[in-house]
Design a protein around this ligand. Structure first.
Ligand code: GUN
Length: 285
């Protein structure tokens, strides 16, 4: 058996095509969705992600603005900037690119963003709403993965879903979204005693640990769906995932590649959240 490769790029393209039409309609009604991204310092990966976000926004007609700040700015200055954007009626979505310089408190920054503009879905209010299954901004990577699974009609309800990695951005919210869809969810992490015992039982295996090829076929149940969130730079300078794609492809039913797997979906869901924020603001008026 060889797995069907789930092209996040293809699914993302289709969704963005629909979004383009939606944004055109919104603009005719005088609603212009706008995303503001704050980028601090000169981390090359962060710059590359932010450029990708800007390009994708413009492609579907969402206005975008990048505020670039030096890594030496004070926390107070950053919080003030966020407060200004909270008050700015033209801005629908605010995203502060992570990670932040060490002297800035990440949680404080996240909690300063107005929940109704929190298109990352990182504010505790939005996380809480997600937990109880209310309509809210879902964190973009888990939301993108859920959308990918649904696009292939992969059965989530009643499945054993195993998440490897427990970050606030991916692992934790991913488990919650799958639980909301009636999966039986197991979280694995660096202290898990015998990783294979769990992963071998997974119908849906989601890997987000940032370790090149940590998961080979010996960790995977035949016929499983394997989603690779890892983005690792190899010694040759190319990008590769947390999953040994060539090996796992031989026994999985579905697998996502890196690149062109989860990445394009993450950005697409950011656009979806920005459009949602703009529509909601309009409904409140
Ligand atoms: N850094 C890596 N991923 C993300 C993300 O999804 N949102 C933000 N704000 N920063 C990130």
């Amino acid at each position: 058996m060889t797995a069907e490769i789930i092209s996040g790029l293809e699914v993302a393209k289709e969704i963005r095509q629909t979004m383009k039409t939606e944004v055109t309609t919104l603009k005719e009604q005088g609603i212009v969705p706008k995303l503001t991204v704050i980028l601090i310092g000169d981390d090359p990966a962060s710059h590359s992600y932010v450029n990708g976000k800007e390009k994708a926004s413009n492609e579907v007609g969402i206005e975008s603005e990048i505020i670039r700040l030096e890594s030496t700015i004070t926390e107070e200055f950053l919080l003030e900037k966020i407060n200004e954007l909270n008050k700015n009626e033209n801005v629908n979505g605010i995203l502060v690119q992570l990670p932040l310089p060490e002297h800035i408190n990440e949680q404080k920054v996240i909690e300063t963003i107005a929940p109704e503009k929190d298109v990352d879905g990182f504010h505790p209010i939005n996380i809480g709403r997600m937990m109880v299954g209310q309509d809210t901004f879902l964190p973009c990577t888990p939301y993108g993965i859920l959308t990918l699974l649904q696009s292939k009609d992969i059965t989530i309800s009643g499945s054993n879903a195993v998440i490897v990695g427990r970050s606030n951005i991916v692992g934790k919210p991913m488990g919650q979204l799958l639980l909301n869809e009636n999966a039986t969810v197991t979280y694995c992490h660096s202290r898990t005693k015998d990783l294979k015992v769990h992963t071998k039982n997974a119908d849906i295996l989601i890997v987000a640990i940032g370790k090149e090829h940590a998961i080979d076929a010996s960790y995977v149940k035949p016929g499983a769906t394997v989603i690779d969130v890892g983005v690792n730079r190899t010694n040759e300078g190319t990008l590769t995932g947390d999953v040994d794609f060539e090996d796992v492809k031989k026994i999985a039913a579905y697998i996502t590649p890196v690149p062109r797997g989860v990445g394009p979906m993450t950005i697409t869901m950011l656009l979806a959240n920005t459009i949602k924020a703009a529509k909601r603001r309009n409904e409140r008026e």
